[in-house]
Design a protein around this ligand. Structure first.
Ligand code: GAP
Length: 460
């Protein structure tokens, strides 16, 4: 990665190449909402598939799941979200702008204020003269108050308090409330996990940094149920497992780290939390994923609120207990930004500048591009047939317009790892050239072997 790449450059790049667009752009856009273009949707899907593959398909102790976004409102009372899923909000009376109090203080003073009460934050803002409204420099602030991040809506045609429902702020609760269903209908035994991917919603006071923090986003969460007493060991296991996953997908080890959450920043349900962070050039170390020990907090709360018994009995030992939960919780939108930043490279090749997205082949939106050197026959038809033979399992791109150099550059920018060129010699020797995006090395192989060779290279 070029460490100096700015957010503006990444945003412009993502738009220009069809990764991410501002949502509702023709109406001036809506803050914090983004749409994924043809390349972006492929890349995000690849990230989600890689996660699913390693968390579900490659294991025999994890099953998949997909719960509703709108659940019974009691779920969120029991989980503690109605009461405690708050950010601290402060308003500037001079500009009318609202801020997250902790961000305002931390940015002006460098103080760590996570976990402080509204009263303590109000006192700091009133006393510390360095804290000013970033818009107009004013110091006339309202008292700090908690602001619940859940989006409220109503089910049915009547907007009355008894019809209030919430858009889920995490996917995890859908798994907890189905614990018994899953246990009874699949042959899982503790320790086992349940994995889910899907949209979550949070009415963030200050969304920002492009797709890093938005109000609508996706999560990939896995709740791993274990016997109490084995939880710390399993927590360590999942921290390592998840960290290695990023490295396996080519993330630069210098840009990724594990960080222990402080007592103040930990979620209300966790006894320990470790974040996997990425060093964004424009925002510094920021969370990509959190791995928490949620203990038996959620199952116990749902047992108390619903009257359901979540006791698990180990058939082999006869022991009964409420399982503890280890939860790796990640976000594919954030990850996509990190993988793009990590892969974005500007370099000079043979005296020419090129932008290249050095994505792991498994994450690359397009796996291969096929070029005929010329539009003349039979070269074009051979290339077209090769393209038709390759497409189907993944995205392949066919391009016959412009110089070959220009066609390579477009694919380098899109992160396409392999370009296959059909030339005049192909007519005689039935061989084509495969060019590697990063090393620029070319290998010439029989046209019949391309499909197999690409499969080998991509999964390699
Ligand atoms: N169930 C635990 C949980 O929700 P979290 O740390 O609040 O934990 C997990 O969220 C992951 O979801 C984060 O690490 C991040 O990748 C993603 N995420 C959370 N809020 C987000 C937001 N506003 N925009 C984009 N991604 C977000």
């Amino acid at each position: 990665m070029s460490q100096t790449v700015s957010m503006d450059k990444i945003v412009a790049f993502c738009k220009r190449r069809g990764f991410v667009y501002q949502s509702s752009e023709i109406y001036g856009g809506i803050r914090s909402s983004y749409d994924y273009g043809p390349l972006g949707v492929e890349m995000k899907r690849n990230i989600k598939d890689e996660w699913w593959r390693s968390m579900v398909y490659a294991r025999d102790d994890v099953v998949g799941f997909d719960s509703a976004i709108i659940m019974h409102p009691k779920v969120w009372e029991a989980s503690g979200h109605v009461e405690t899923f708050n950010d601290m909000l402060v308003e500037s009376r001079s500009s009318g702008r609202r801020y997250r109090a902790d961000h305002l203080i931390e940015e002006a003073t460098g103080m760590e204020v996570e976990g402080l009460s509204p009263e303590e934050l109000t006192r700091i803002i009133q006393e510390d003269e360095r804290i000013k409204d970033p818009v107009d420099g004013g110091r006339d602030f309202t008292p700090v108050r908690p602001f619940n991040l859940m989006f409220e809506t109503y089910t049915g045609p009547v907007k009355s308090p008894e019809n209030v429902a919430y858009l889920r702020p995490e996917t995890a609760q859908g798994i907890f409330v189905n614990f018994k269903n899953i246990l009874q209908t699949s042959r899982v035994k503790v320790p086992f996990g349940v994995a889910q991917q899907g949209k979550s919603f949070r009415n963030e006071i200050t969304p920002g940094n492009f797709i890093f923090r938005t109000r609508e986003f996706e999560q990939m969460e896995m709740e791993f149920f274990v016997k109490p007493g084995t939880d710390e060991e399993w927590h360590e296991y999942w921290i390592e497992e998840r960290y290695e996953w990023y490295l396996r997908l080519g993330m630069n080890p210098e840009n990724i780290r594990k960080r222990e959450q402080s007592d103040e920043e930990r979620a209300h349900y966790a006894t320990r939390g470790v974040d996997i962070e990425y060093n964004f050039p424009f925002a510094g170390w920021s969370e990509l994923e959190g791995i928490a020990n949620r203990t038996d907090y959620d199952l116990k709360k749902h047992a108390a609120y619903s009257g359901t018994n979540f006791t698990y009995t180990d058939q082999a030992t006869g022991e009964s207990f409420i399982p503890y939960v280890i939860e790796p919780a990640a976000g594919p939108d954030r990850m996509m930004l990190a993988f793009i930043v990590d892969a974005y490279t500007e370099e000079e090749v043979a005296g020419e500048k090129r932008v290249v997205l050095k994505l792991h082949p498994r994450l690359a939106p397009t796996k291969a591009a096929v070029f005929p050197l010329t539009r003349k026959e039979p070269v074009a038809t051979i290339a077209r047939r090769l393209y038709e033979d390759l497409r189907g399992d993944y995205r392949v791109f066919y391009d016959e317009s412009g110089s070959i150099g220009r066609r390579y550059r477009r694919q380098d920018e899109a992160g396409t790892p392999y370009c296959v060129t059909v030339d005049f010699d192909t007519i005689e020797d039935r061989k084509v050239t495969i060019r590697d995006r990063d090393t620029l090395q070319q290998e010439r192989i029989p046209i019949e072997g391309v499909r197999e060779r690409l499969k080998e290279l991509i999964s390699g």
